[in-house]
Design a protein around this ligand. Structure first.
Ligand code: SF4
Ligand code: SF4
Length: 226
């Protein structure tokens, strides 16, 4: 892959990647690790000819921003949206996603998009069945069956109940981030640890920004006979 090869090798492969992404309706996943590089990176992705890009900000647990970087992220996020989002043939899909989340939250329609309550299943390399793909990393304690014996329904119920837990800090917060319970265990050794302040400020910032770019007609009205 590009990560292991030289810059020239990466450039040679670019047209093929674009072709495959276009064919499969895929997108570039850009992790926003360094705020000051955000604009230049999105510019490269846009001029590289890609059509969709999802800006992946850090999650509540694991790699983190400093609280004082959120302001800079906000400025840069505005700049990339203004200059690149919804250009002909280019969409920052995270903007659409968070605008949609906001509408669902306001309408009390929000259901966390999480494999735990969507009855996800993942098979680990050991043949064991886990309640979502990342839960495979949690090991034996989170096994709910195996490819040989199928899912143990009682264990499954217990595990989903155990994992479907919100941090105390999120109780009653209207943003309903649903911080990933598996990542909480993996990074803090506890279920539903309180996210740190930088994450809450990041999430507020994301909604603050995307809500300034809401489409004029947010809902498509489809006419038809009933
Ligand atoms: S628990 Fe975390 S990793 Fe698993 S499906 Fe939910 S959000 Fe994704
Ligand atoms: S903003 Fe913070 S407190 Fe509110 S739901 Fe998100 S993580 Fe929880």
């Amino acid at each position: 892959t590009g990560r292991n090869g030289t810059y020239n090798e990466l450039m040679e492969r670019l047209p093929r990647w674009k072709e495959l992404i276009d064919l499969n309706g895929g997108q570039i996943l850009k992790t926003v690790a360094i705020p000051e590089l955000l604009y230049e990176d999105v510019k490269m992705i846009y001029y590289g000819g890609f059509k969709r890009c999802f800006l992946n900000f850090f999650r509540p647990y694991g790699a983190s921003y400093e609280l004082d970087q959120i302001k800079q992220l906000e400025t840069e996020y505005h700049r990339v949206i203004k200059d690149f989002h919804m250009k002909p043939n280019f969409t920052l899909t995270d903007v659409n996603r968070y605008q949609e989340h906001w509408r669902e939250q306001q309408g009390n329609l929000y259901v966390p998009h999480c494999g735990i309550n969507a009855m996800g299943k993942a098979i680990g390399p050991d043949g064991m069945i886990y309640p979502c793909d990342d839960a495979v990393l949690l090991g034996e304690e989170y096994v709910m069956g195996s490819v040989w014996d199928g899912v143990d329904k009682a264990k499954e119920k217990l595990l989903r109940k155990k994992l479907n837990k919100l941090p105390d800090k999120c109780d009653g917060c209207e943003l309903k981030c649903y911080p990933c319970p598996v990542c909480s265990v993996l990074n803090t050794d506890e279920l539903a640890s309180d996210p740190r302040d930088w994450f809450c400020e990041l999430r507020k910032m994301q909604f603050r920004v995307v809500n300034q770019y809401l489409p004029k007609v947010p809902f498509k009205v489809v006419s038809g006979s009933f």
